[in-house]
Design a protein around this ligand. Structure first.
Ligand code: MN
Length: 231
């Protein structure tokens, strides 16, 4: 008897991929039957620099985060908890170089997963905003699931410090840029004030999470939330 060759579905990484019809489809009125909005995105992305897996569901649930960068894990847990998302992120990056590739590629992975999860945006609020304090720090974030990537990042970070643990605070903007580019959303972040660097950066993640939660919320009878009929 011949030994069975491994099925393609048993190859490493392939279980995270979605069927073709669920990838990047727009589901406009004349493009066939509407896409079923699963509110879920799954991404497996491997380069010479990083190996990233993301599983994101738009419903409150557990955060399972392991990027090798403890403060960044703490921030992604905020996205999950305050964004109302069940979120798994596993990343193995070239941290011997520095954290940049890993943080940016996790941003790409979460962005792509979010794009899948909102699909054609039928029935979603589309806009969301939040102003979040963390003690003396106050940060505003505004989201539009516009289909067009844009980031405004107004953040004067306090003190001369640049690092929180092994996390370079500059990477906050790089993470958000990767996220908006791949989710194809518009995001405005305004740090109103704050003294403690940890508080300011954490409030940026929390405000972004709350704004995303509002934008991805279901709204009864909303249809496609655009007068164009397509987003
Ligand atoms: Mn904290």
């Amino acid at each position: 008897m011949k030994a069975k060759a491994p099925r393609p579905s048993e190859r490493r990484g392939s279980r995270m991929r979605l069927p073709r019809r669920e990838r990047g489809a727009r589901g406009g009125p004349s493009l066939g039957p509407p896409i079923q909005n699963t509110r879920r995105g799954q991404v497996a992305r491997r380069t010479k620099e990083t190996d990233v897996e993301v599983d994101l569901r738009l419903e409150p649930g557990e955060a399972r985060i392991a990027t090798g960068i403890p403060f960044f894990d703490h921030m992604l847990e905020q996205i999950s908890r305050h964004g109302g998302m069940a979120l798994t992120v596993r990343a193995k990056g070239d941290l011997q170089v520095d954290a940049h590739h890993t943080v940016e590629d996790v941003g790409i992975g979460i962005g792509e997963a979010l794009k899948q999860a909102v699909a054609d945006k039928v029935g979603l609020a589309r806009y969301g905003h939040a102003v979040v304090p963390l003690d003396e720090a106050l940060v505003e974030a505004v989201v539009d699931l516009s289909g067009r990537p844009h980031l405004t990042f107004n953040a004067k970070l306090p003190s001369g410090k640049k690092f929180i643990g092994a996390y370079d605070v500059d990477l906050t903007q790089d993470f958000l840029q990767a996220l908006v580019n791949h989710a194809r959303i518009c995001l405005h972040v305004n740090v109103r004030y704050g003294r403690n660097l940890h508080h300011v950066v954490e409030a940026i993640f929390k405000a972004t999470a709350r704004a995303l939660r509002a934008a991805t919320a279901r709204e009864a009878g909303a249809g496609v939330p655009s007068t164009k009929g397509l987003l």
